[in-house]
Design a protein around this ligand. Structure first.
Ligand code: UDH
Ligand code: MN
Length: 361
């Protein structure tokens, strides 16, 4: 019986055709394997689109924190690696990157427990990696009134998250006292002014107290060119942007970008509108908004109801349409406040300001 080989290779049909077909097959197999391994690595590492993360597989935000040990003399430190090794973990001699974090709000941790779990956080909620020089210095600014349980959740999750990114950072809580209607944007202006007295920060993170990042590859650093909206995919909006210009929740600006937009408006009392004003001033100042990719910008918001003293601002729509006229005069160049207290607490710097006791404006 003639074999397939002899059928294909004969004096009239040289073997070269068979060789060609085999080569083609090998090439197709090679491409197939490459595309498989590409899709595998994009599961593990952030790419330009944020990667494809599996949020059903999560890990503890305190993973690897015990690897942080006292460091040598600060003079001898070298630059930290480009990607923090603390964002990876080793299991059975293989290295894994997980990304998504386990977040639960069932228990509210007490402050002393958070302090115990973060032994390298210094007074004022400051941290500097003990073993290498950080690439970035980030200040986290949290507007606050009457949300202590949320604040404890935020501190519990944010401290290890930031340490694992090997950042130099500090957390500032700007607390509005008095019974005047809440003013989120003005509190953030105060926070920026006060934080910049301490340190030449590379990046300012403006951060709602009730939003917890769900992916540890969502790096808390600024984009050098443009203001960045970070909480692009919040659970309360089904992990999508609620609308195209949305700038609420968590955002990141360099001090230079912050000053170029004249900071945030001081005149939005009560809930809503100030984030749309900020979005508009970014464009009026000749910049654009960039965004953390949706797959990476996942945030869980602690469920809450509307706060007393932060009722909807009925004037917000009228105000937002006038930003082109207002942004140059309402902001960092017009802020006034009375600073009541500045305290270096173990897990954060508390800045208490009084915006007065007069009724809502
Ligand atoms: N904030 C306080 N105290 C207040 C009000 C606001 O600390 O009394 C701060 C806090 O950082 C908060 C941020 O301002 O995260 C923004 O306010 P918010 O959380 O009320 O804003 P959100 O967009 O509003 O979450 C949702 C309104 C609640 C609707 C409830 C429907 N179930
Ligand atoms: Mn909220």
């Amino acid at each position: 019986m003639r074999t397939a080989m002899t059928r294909l290779c004969s004096p009239s049909r040289p073997c070269s055709l068979l060789v060609l077909a085999l080569l083609q097959l090998a090439f197709v197999l090679f491409l197939y394997r490459r595309s498989l391994s590409n899709s595998f690595t994009s599961l593990l590492y952030e790419d330009d689109h944020g990667g494809h993360w599996d949020y059903t597989k999560t890990h503890d935000v305190y993973t690897n924190l015990s690897l942080i040990t006292p460091g040598p003399d600060r003079e001898t430190l070298v630059q930290c690696p480009a990607q923090s090794p603390l964002l990876e973990y080793t299991f059975l001699l293989s290295t894994f990157t997980v990304g998504p974090l386990t977040i639960s709000f069932q228990k509210i941790p007490i402050m002393s427990k958070i302090e115990r779990k973060n032994p390298y956080v210094k007074s004022g909620g400051r941290y500097t990696p003990p073993h290498c020089k950080a690439w970035y210095k980030t200040a986290i600014l949290v507007p606050h009134r009457n949300r202590e349980p949320h604040l404890r959740q935020l501190l519990y999750y944010l401290h290890p998250f930031l340490q694992r990114q090997q950042l130099q950072y500090a957390i500032y809580v700007i607390h509005q006292t008095g019974n005047r209607t809440f003013n989120r944007a003005k509190l953030l202006n105060v926070g920026v002014r006060e934080a910049l007295k301490d340190e030449d920060w590379d990046c300012l993170f403006l951060h709602d107290v009730d939003l917890i990042p769900e992916n540890d590859h969502n790096l808390y650093v600024c984009n050098k060119r443009y203001p960045k909206h970070v909480s692009s995919a919040m659970n309360k909006f089904k992990y999508r942007l609620p609308y195209r210009m949305y700038f609420g929740g968590v955002s990141a600006l360099t001090p230079d970008q912050y000053m170029r937009i004249n900071g945030f408006p001081n005149t939005y009392w009560g809930w809503g509108g100030e984030d749309d004003d900020i979005s508009a001033r970014i464009y009026f100042a000749g910049m654009k908004i960039i965004r953390t990719p949706l797959s990476l910008g996942h945030y869980k918001m602690i469920t809450h109801s509307m706060d007393v003293g932060n009722e909807k601002n009925e004037k917000r729509f009228d105000m937002v349409v006038k930003v082109s006229k207002s942004w140059r005069s309402d902001g960092m160049n017009s802020i006034n406040y009375s600073l009541l207290k500045r305290e270096e607490l173990p897990l954060y710097t508390n800045i208490t300001v009084d915006f007065g006791n007069s009724p809502s404006v």
